[in-house]
Design a protein around this ligand. Structure first.
Ligand code: PEP
Ligand code: MG
Length: 539
């Protein structure tokens, strides 16, 4: 048995076969990098591994498919050292400061295109080889080995890292759990795994040896431990833990259907966060009183092109209808930073978290923003909908965003398309600036929802993606608590409600503090709803 420890970011026990995740569709994200020399080294290391793999294939496949056919792997290996293939990749990493995966993907695509356009039939066929070689290097860079697409049984998926878009697209009936070498607890990948109820361990620190693929593993998503070929007593212990979790869930059932209220009668709205239409099922099962944060980005992630107004409208409408009159707060697009989408062609930035993201993209691309707002407003005719803008840091931004919303309402009215003109418009408080001027913002907002994940990142200057500085990220830091308190007081002075939709909202150590501040709403991942209701009932 091998025992590996990482950070448990999504609770639950899973036992099954370990399978390395292969990015079947090769959606390669464009990530900005600052250390170009390091990235080039990373590329060379991947090239070396790919070369070794091809050598081995050339040897082993000779017996199976004959020397002539196995020669293909030899050709692939030679291509890895061809300057026509290598030079553009190295140049792109150096000059455009992009990650190696992206450079390989882009340059490989261009070279394959050149081959595909040649007159000579033999040369045209080489396009597929270039493509194959690029995919191999990208797979090595990303730490992937096999595909799950052909798997019938549910498996435990392993990878170097999972992007938020990949995680959001996993079929939870096929994926028992996730385990990644990298990652941070506050990342969207971790958030999505929790929301989807998939146990997950990230930040293992070591890459899993390819030889572990196919082995039986057991995973404790709370403790953050992965057991490879677990001993019987470990399996027994995990089974007991699973039973305890089930027992705990049964005990929590007494809080189902009950109001969320303290002993002294203070009511709190207990809402859930979702990242896709399919998460509504978990929300309904969790007994949440509404949806306090619908991360609408999922509609944009993992696609080749922008989702149309109708595609968005159908999704929003489905969520709003399924929630049957309970409030659904749809956050407008929050793309950028760790959520990169190729077709947005976002600039490569030194500090994407401080760059073109969220409302900044929407304000600089008003047509894109208007399309989303039209879809949300159209859905508002079918239920209790609210709109929420992310990353607001200035009154002028709020006004510009509201102005575009006003134009959208005018258009819909002129087109006689039904919508709810009273749809509340709130903002997320996730920058220190917005908390500090929350008295001003409250005058022009219908509600506030505090995004503590980003508020923490920006207040403490700790990159939420960077696990190595975790010790410097005190989530209970007095500065955060003060900013939250200030926001609550300013909201109440202006007569609007205020909630928390960041992870801190689910932190039982702070529930009493939030209740004492007069927090009106807490929006958490569905799995926390009943335990949080019990926690509040004890106050
Ligand atoms: C937050 O920042 O706290 C938040 C809820 O938004 P996200 O995690 O999607 O950035
Ligand atoms: Mg945020």
């Amino acid at each position: 048995m091998i025992t590996l420890t990482g950070k448990g970011v999504s609770n639950g026990i899973a036992v099954g076969r370990l399978v390395f995740f292969e990015r079947a569709s090769f959606v390669v994200e464009k990530k900005a990098i600052s250390d170009t020399a390091g990235e080039i080294q990373r590329f060379y290391a991947a090239k070396y591994t790919a070369s070794e793999q091809l050598d081995e294939l050339a040897n082993t496949m000779t017996e199976k498919i004959g020397k002539e056919n196995a020669l293909l792997f030899e050709i692939h290996r030679m291509m890895l050292d061809d300057s026509d293939y290598l030079d553009p990749i190295l140049k792109m990493i150096e000059t455009q400061r992009v990650c190696a995966e992206y450079a390989v993907h882009e340059c490989g695509k261009r070279l394959a295109q050149d081959f595909a356009e040649m007159d000579d039939g033999y040369m045209r066929e080489r396009a597929a080889d270039v493509d194959d070689v690029s995919k191999r290097i990208i797979a090595v860079l990303a730490g992937t080995q096999q595909t799950i697409t052909a798997e019938d049984d549910p498996v435990i998926l392993a990878s170097n890292d999972f992007s938020p878009s990949e995680t959001a697209q996993f079929d939870r009936t096929k994926v028992l759990a996730l385990v990644a070498q990298q990652g941070a607890a506050n990342s969207h990948t971790a958030i999505f795994a929790r929301t989807m109820g998939i146990p997950a361990i990230i930040g293992l620190g070591v890459s899993l040896a390819p030889g572990l693929g196919g082995k039986q593993v057991a995973l404790d998503g709370e403790a953050g431990v992965l057991y490879v070929e677990p001993d019987p007593d470990i399996l027994e212990g995990l089974e007991k833990k699973r039973e305890q979790i089930l027992q705990e869930q049964q005990e929590l059932e007494q809080y189902r259907g009950k109001p969320t209220i303290t002993k002294s009668g203070q009511r709190i709205k207990l809402f859930a966060n979702i990242g896709s239409v399919t998460d509504v099922e978990a929300v309904l099962a969790s007994d949440a009183e509404g949806i306090g944060l619908f991360r609408s980005e999922f509609l944009y992630l993992g696609r080749e092109d922008y989702p149309s107004e109708d595609i968005q409208y159908e999704s929003y409408r489905k969520v709003v209808e399924d929630m049957k009159g309970k409030q659904v707060i749809i956050r407008t697009l929050d793309i950028g930073a760790d959520k990169q989408v190729d077709y947005f062609h976002l600039p490569t930035e030194e500090n994407p978290a401080l760059g073109m993201r969220a409302i900044r993209i929407c304000l600089t691309r008003p047509q894109l923003f208007a399309t989303q707002l039209r879809a949300i407003y159209r859905a508002s005719a079918y239920g209790n909908t609210a709109i929420m803008f992310p990353m607001i840091s200035d009154l002028a931004e709020l006004r510009r965003a509201k102005h575009i919303a006003g134009q959208v309402r005018d258009e819909l009215t002129a087109e006689k398309i039904p919508f709810n003109p009273e749809t509340p418009i709130g903002i997320m408080i996730e920058t220190p600036a917005s908390a500090v001027i929350s008295d001003l913002l409250a005058q022009e907002s219908d509600f506030f929802s505090i995004g503590t994940n980003d508020l923490t990142q920006y207040t403490l200057a700790v990159d939420r993606q960077n696990e190595s500085i975790r010790e410097f990220c005190d989530t209970h830091h007095e500065a955060i608590v003060r900013l939250i308190r200030m926001t609550v007081e300013n909201a109440h002075k202006a007569g609007i409600w205020v909630g928390i939709c960041g992870m801190l909202g689910a932190d039982p150590a702070l529930t009493q503090t939030f209740v004492a501040m007069g927090m009106d709403e807490l929006s958490v991942e569905p799995s926390y709803i009943l335990s949080l209701r019990r926690r509040i009932a004890a106050i």
